[in-house]
Design a protein around this ligand. Structure first.
Ligand code: ACO
Length: 428
């Protein structure tokens, strides 16, 4: 029997069905609330609202769990294959060898940018923010792929998805080269996904960048750990834009814009700036913690806290271990890692952070690892976007395939003036 909740409003009782997810998460189904009661629900930051039912990613903030299509994130830590994780997220199960080979082949075949897209990079200021370029260029790709505006079957979805996932790294690397005034390095079809990105970022025409296995694996891991995180701000954006019938390119470009925000994907840049400031002596770790606790100061301890996780973000745990591993392998140190460890130690011993369940999130250690790989700070959020793209595509597809999908259109509680009369200019 379906569980029901009773809402008593005045002298009337209303029954609201309770929905249960496969992991036992329960939700009040209020989809008929307005129709039945005339009321709407008020949930300004959507922290209590499920936008959809989804089979892609499961998170449990209380228990620190993250699973892609049922597989715990920890199981991806030592088998880094971002392309395989992308297929899993998009198509719902682990790919067979030939399926993965086809997917990879499509990516290799589509790694170049149309010359028209490439020329776009010449017409922006050299200091153009790479996230602005990324969202503009993803949107612009739609001009060259109008055949994918309507995706009727899995085949055409795969064609569009592989173009996006492949070209995003070319776009990212070109925007980096452009900012340095360096020649573009074209993709090399012999290289694997991450190695190819590193090659386009760091090779120069007369010297091939040497890609160490350690660095390639670290980047793979970063991309995998960012690949999906259910209904976060950028993914909900992709879904909302997609619900209007917008094509995959436009929807993902909107996701990039949302991710750019400093409270979302931009947080790892803020973390690095904070660690660098401490390293330069501008602030001690203790002062930093004090500032984060001071309610008159808007400063927050970047890389700490999460809307979902009330425990250690499982991704942060994996990244912290990866940082230790990579630095041990490189036989060098990064003073920022020591500062991060110190901040974490201070915060986790402080009642302010403990009482509010504020722990390191994915951004706390990802910047240090990206820095070890050689990625400049202004490219951190772009790397997050490269990683997150399969998740956005998976959500766009899930919604697109759902026959019950409607345009998403929240309501508001209007608090403006009641009816007024227009006053002509000369009488104001
Ligand atoms: N430093 C100091 N205090 C914090 C922090 C922080 N990093 N995060 C939350 N708090 C405090 C809040 O001030 C609030 O205190 P109060 O109860 O006394 O008012 C309490 O903890 C709850 O915080 P909320 O803002 O309600 O938490 P919310 O779930 O809305 O925000 C967020 C989550 C945005 C991630 C927040 O923790 C934050 O700003 N963190 C820093 C930015 C960051 O690292 N973002 C990356 C998130 S991960 C990602 O997007 C990939």
């Amino acid at each position: 029997m379906t569980e029901k909740a009773i809402l008593i409003l005045g002298d009337r009782r209303h029954e609201l069905p309770v929905l249960t997810g496969t992991e036992g998460e329960r939700a009040l189904d209020i989809s008929k609330l307005r129709e039945q009661t005339g009321l709407i629900a008020y949930d300004p930051s959507l922290g209590n609202t499920a936008l959809c039912r989804s089979e892609i990613t499961f998170t449990d903030g209380e228990r620190g769990i993250l699973r892609y299509r049922g597989i715990p994130i920890e199981q991806f830590a030592d088998k880094p294959d971002f392309v395989e994780a992308a297929w899993l997220l998009i198509f719902g199960r682990l790919p067979r060898r030939e399926e993965l080979a086809k997917f990879s082949g499509l990516m290799t075949a589509n790694e170049l940018l149309h010359e028209g897209v490439r020329h776009q990079f010449q017409h922006v200021p050299p200091d153009a923010p790479p996230m602005a370029l990324l969202s503009a260029t993803l949107s612009n790709l739609a001009c060259y792929h109008q055949e994918f505006f309507s995706l009727g079957d899995e085949e055409s979805l795969e064609e569009a998805a592989t173009r996006l996932i492949s070209k995003v790294r070319t776009i990212a690397a070109f925007s980096h080269r452009r900012s340095l005034g360096m020649p573009f390095i074209y993709p090399d079809p012999k290289l694997r996904y991450c190695a190819n990105f590193l090659h386009m970022m760091f090779s120069i025409p007369y010297r091939q960048y040497h890609i160490s296995q350690e660095v390639e694996d670290a980047l793979n891991l970063i991309f995998i750990l960012h690949a999906d995180h259910e209904l976060n701000c950028s993914t909900s954006t992709v879904r909302i834009v997609g619900s209007a019938g917008a094509n995959l390119f436009a929807s993902c470009a909107a996701g990039v814009c949302a991710l750019w925000g400093s409270l979302h994907g931009g947080a790892n840049v803020e973390v690095m700036e904070m660690l660098e400031r401490i390293s330069r002596g501008g602030l001690s770790p203790e002062e930093c913690i004090r500032a984060a606790k001071d309610k008159t100061n808007p400063f927050r301890l970047h890389g700490f806290g999460h809307r979902v996780y009330r425990r250690y973000d499982p991704r942060a745990k994996i990244l912290k271990a990866a940082c230790e591993r990579v630095f041990a392998g490189m036989e060098r140190k990064d003073p920022l890692l020591d500062i991060a460890r110190k901040l974490e130690e201070l915060a986790l011993a402080d009642p302010y952070f403990v009482d509010r369940n504020l722990y390191p999130n994915v951004d706390f250690y990802s910047g240090i690892l990206l820095r070890a790989i050689g990625i400049p700070t202004n490219m951190f959020t772009v790397c997050f976007a490269i990683g997150r793209l399969p998740g956005w595509i998976a959500h766009w597809k899930e919604q697109h395939d759902d026959p019950n999908t409607k345009i998403q259109r929240p309501r508001q509680i209007y608090t403006g003036p009641n009816e007024l009369t227009y006053v002509p200019m000369e009488k104001r």
